[in-house]
Design a protein around this ligand. Sequence first.
Ligand code: UDP
Ligand code: MG
Length: 314
Amino acid sequence: METQNKGVISLVVPCYNETQALPLFMAEVQRVIALMPDVTAEVILVNDGSSDDTLAMMREMKKQYGFVRYLSFSRNFGKESAILAGLSAAKGDWAAVMDADLQDPPSLLPEMLRAIREEGYDCVGTCRTTRKGEPPIRSFFARCFYKFINRMSDTKLVDGARDYKLLSRPAVDALIAMPEVNRFSKGLYEWIGFRTKWLEFENVERVAGETKWSFWKLFKYSIEGIVSFSTMPLLISTFIGLIFMLISIATMVTLAVRQVLYHNSVDGWTSMVCIILLVSGVQLFCLGLMGQYMAKMYTEIKRRPHYIISEQSE
Ligand code: UDP
Ligand code: MG
């Protein structure tokens, strides 16, 4: 590969059951690459343990397009692991992460590259101006999530930001160097810093196949984001616990005084039950919160690899 004066751009594409979308994606990518004669391109397809013929399709794509390389995981490790594997394999001076379903338009690439090469940015992010074509309930919860996490965490996330991003080599190296198992790319992208330009585009619906993200999967992912990038929930739970402790001390004093003066403590039974229920509820809530962080520590401490590659092209 000629690296001297041209520069290499790597496109990292996580694929999970994308047999239908891949050929369309590659055709579009080839069209866009032809528009950038001043760079050499490589495409790294990462098969995230697909259960359909995605791997066979990748071998096919490799035969058809000279600039394709692929990796295949031994099972489904999730999009975050696929991104990490792709970025680690990327040899380019710049690397872009993009979905296989053409929801991240490759046609933006020339403009993104220009921003890095000529305007002096390190990264170019993309964000959707609309959430057209998405179920309204999903958009609603997504908006709530961004409001919540931006209030909780010092790492600010842009609502509508996609994982589609062009990164310069130093940014790629910084991302790969982060060893955590629980990866939340949107947060990691922000955390590493670097001068970032944002490009906006209108939401595009996927060309073929179906979304791999169920509501439940997205919910788990959002908890992951909050727990990975903020310890504020722990603080809140401590605070709530403290308030309830104070209330219960005050109640005990009042009840004791009442008993000494009037000897009628049985009257308080109803309120006691209410308080016990409330306090035990709060305790469970706090314990659950702690548990979330403990679980994260547990998975981090095991130091298991992020993914296992079962097949790889050269
Ligand atoms: N993906 C993946 N592993 C998974 C789920 C998804 O590699 O476990 C890939 C998928 O093939 C696609 C990208 O992540 O290239 C985004 O997925 P999708 O389009 O289904 O998500 P949506 O755009 O609906 O949020
Ligand atoms: Mg998609």
